[in-house]
Design a protein around this ligand. Structure first.
Ligand code: GRG
Length: 299
């Protein structure tokens, strides 16, 4: 199956599974919190991080049902981060996935609490026996996710981003600073999704490290592509406002080195990502395509 079909198939599977998990673990849709959690999670999104968990686990012969809950937990963290990032105190966005953001559809305090509940739901899912029969694997998965999402991962990346934008710190932003910030804000969760696939698959230390390196390259490619979309994309196709980074004078790789150099870096990163997958041979063809997709995506 080609990559785009695989991504679509995984997205449909994850949508169904998220509905089930929300029904089992979240407040009912008739309650305001339950409705806001479902608004944040359901009916949109590429489900790229769950796809990575499932595809990386498949390298080790793991079928989808064994990887789908760990994959869903990653999507919970991703959706919480989007709901909070969209808040007026952070990036202040009205549209996400072509629909009103959670605080626009509800209100700010509901969006904060829905995000909190989705973050905690992720770890409830990781702890459930249905996620993996081996408790040591469940603990490993929870640690990988927590580390990537927390104060040495995505939250730190978001902090550095907002410090730069809202406090003007550091005064002179270098390419190295932008790379670190973006690696944490966007890259950490993407890389951890690949690592989690290796954990579910019972990978060797070497294979796990190779997938983490692949995920790190992929995260970087994803963020450079996002910067290019912001600089050049059409808001309707992207599903959110574009040109925001530029209008805010935000330092991105594109603003620091220009569109052409960013495209060249993107090509190099994709080649590097593909190199990390060499040990897996033909089995990794879909993941190589995934890296090309992340680089060339239109939304
Ligand atoms: C609030 C702690 C906290 C962190 C927020 C993820 C994030 C950190 C901010 C989002 C800002 C942003 C647009 C980053 C660029 C890359 C990115 C994560 C894009 C959105 O992810 P996609 O393209 O979205 O996978 P879908 O809608 O397909 O799930």
């Amino acid at each position: 199956m080609m990559f785009v079909q695989r991504l679509g198939a995984v997205a449909a599977l994850i949508e169904q599974r998220l509905e089930k998990l929300l029904d089992e673990c979240a407040p009912p849709a008739g309650e305001r919190l339950g409705a806001a959690m479902r608004h944040a999670m359901l009916g949109g999104g590429k489900r790229f991080r769950p796809f990575l968990v499932i595809e990386c686990a498949r390298l080790f012969g793991v079928e989808e049902p064994r990887a789908r809950d760990a994959a869903a937990a990653f999507e919970c963290v991703h959706c919480y981060s989007l709901a909070h990032d969209d808040l007026p105190a952070m990036d202040d966005d009205d549209v996400r996935r072509g629909r009103p953001t959670v605080h626009r559809a509800f209100d700010e305090w509901t969006a904060i609490l829905a995000g909190d509940a989705l973050l905690t739901l992720a770890f409830e899912i990781m702890a459930r026996e249905a996620t993996h029969p081996d408790p040591a694997v469940r603990v490993d998965l929870a640690r990988v996710l927590a580390h990537a999402a927390g104060g040495r991962g995505m939250v730190l990346g978001q902090m550095l981003d907002l410090e730069a934008e809202k406090r003007g710190e550091p005064a002179a932003i270098t390419e190295a600073h932008v790379r670190r910030l973006q690696g944490l804000k966007t890259g950490a969760l993407i890389a951890a999704a690949c690592e989690a696939g290796a954990v579910v698959g019972g990978a060797s230390t070497e294979d796990r490290a190779a997938l983490l390196r692949y995920g790190t390259d992929l995260g970087l490619a994803f963020q450079i592509a996002d910067d290019l979309l912001d600089a050049e994309g059409d808001a309707t196709a992207v599903g959110k406002a574009t040109g925001k980074d530029h209008a805010a004078g935000k330092a991105t790789l594109v603003s620091l080195i220009g569109v052409d150099a960013a495209r060249t870096q993107l090509d190099e990163v994709i080649e590097d990502a593909a190199r990390q997958l060499a040990p897996f041979g033909d089995k990794a063809a879909t993941l190589i395509e995934a890296a090309r997709f992340a680089a060339n995506r239109a939304h």
